[in-house]
Design a binder for this molecule. Structure first.
Ligand code: B1M
Length: 211
């Protein structure tokens, strides 16, 4: 497999072409292409998807089908990465806060974080503070992502943040987001960062773990 085929793999994921993405991934693995090189081609696709989503060039459905192609291609690559000892450097625990059942935006953030090669522990929706704390401790998380879609559940972000701080999870950064959430609210409750949408969530997460 040559560079042109890796570019094709990137393009297949970007356009959400699952069949081509998985075929090219299998081909790359069969050709013994370095697993990190294959992974880089995949992550480049999701970076571009995130950028175009942020610029309103594509919307939720396109992002979802790209993420699905990424997921299927990743499933093939994962055992090869494990064998090669290549693991995500950072772990993120993500969930929608207690009392809130909206999970579509949170799922997008989780998918984009996976696409950016984070190890993502998705706790789902309606997650109580103690579950975030327990998961962050258990998985040695670098990052916790909190999502809320209701003005009435925004205070659960503060409760969760307070629980994380009280648990003394050293170095764990908390990023918050969701339609009613703002940078001002993140500042008010003392979150480490705010992300307006899933693509920014990747940029923010990368900055937080690099800091
Ligand atoms: Co509900 N709902 N809902 N709902 N619902 C809203 C949010 C609402 C704005 C509708 C309205 O009244 N116009 C309103 C909230 C009003 C408010 O609080 N200001 C509302 C309400 C009131 C309710 C109920 C209370 C209705 C009722 O029962 N009376 C109820 C609450 C249930 C509960 O949670 N306890 C309820 C229920 C539901 C459904 C279950 C039916 C369903 C959710 C299904 C699901 O998620 N599995 C639902 C839906 C679908 C919506 C709307 C229509 C769509 C939300 C959505 O998925 N958007 C919504 C109205 C609307 O937005 N048009 C509405 C698409 C998604 C991609 O965007 O989630 O914003 P979003 O995520 C974005 C960003 O916000 C950001 O990135 C994502 C991608 O860019 N982001 C993060 C999100 N999380 C992030 C985390 C980050 C960073 C960025 O870092 C960690």
């Amino acid at each position: 497999m040559d560079a042109a085929m890796l570019n094709q793999l990137t393009a297949a994921i970007k356009s959400g072409n699952r069949k081509l993405a998985t075929t090219l991934t299998s081909q790359a693995i069969a050709d013994a292409v370095n697993a990190q090189v294959i992974l880089d081609a995949m992550v480049a696709a999701m970076d571009d998807v995130g950028r175009r989503f942020k610029n309103n060039e594509i919307f939720v459905p396109e992002m979802l089908i790209a993420a699905r192609a990424m997921k299927e291609a990743m499933a093939l690559l994962e055992p090869v990465l494990v064998k090669a000892g290549i693991r995500p450097h950072h772990t993120a625990v993500v969930g929608t806060v207690q009392g809130d059942l909206h999970d579509i935006g949170k799922n997008l953030v989780a998918m984009m974080w996976k696409g950016a090669n984070f190890n993502v522990i998705d706790l789902g929706a309606n997650v109580p503070p103690e579950k975030f704390v327990a998961a962050a401790g258990e998985h040695h998380a670098h990052l916790i992502g909190l999502s809320a879609l209701l003005t009435t559940t925004m205070p659960a972000m503060k409760t969760t943040l307070d629980a994380v701080r009280a648990a003394g999870l050293a170095g764990v950064k908390v990023v918050i987001g969701g339609a009613p959430v703002t940078q001002a609210y993140a500042d008010e409750i003392g979150a480490d960062a705010y992300a307006a949408e899933a693509a920014s969530a990747v940029e923010v997460a990368r900055k937080l773990v690099a800091a």
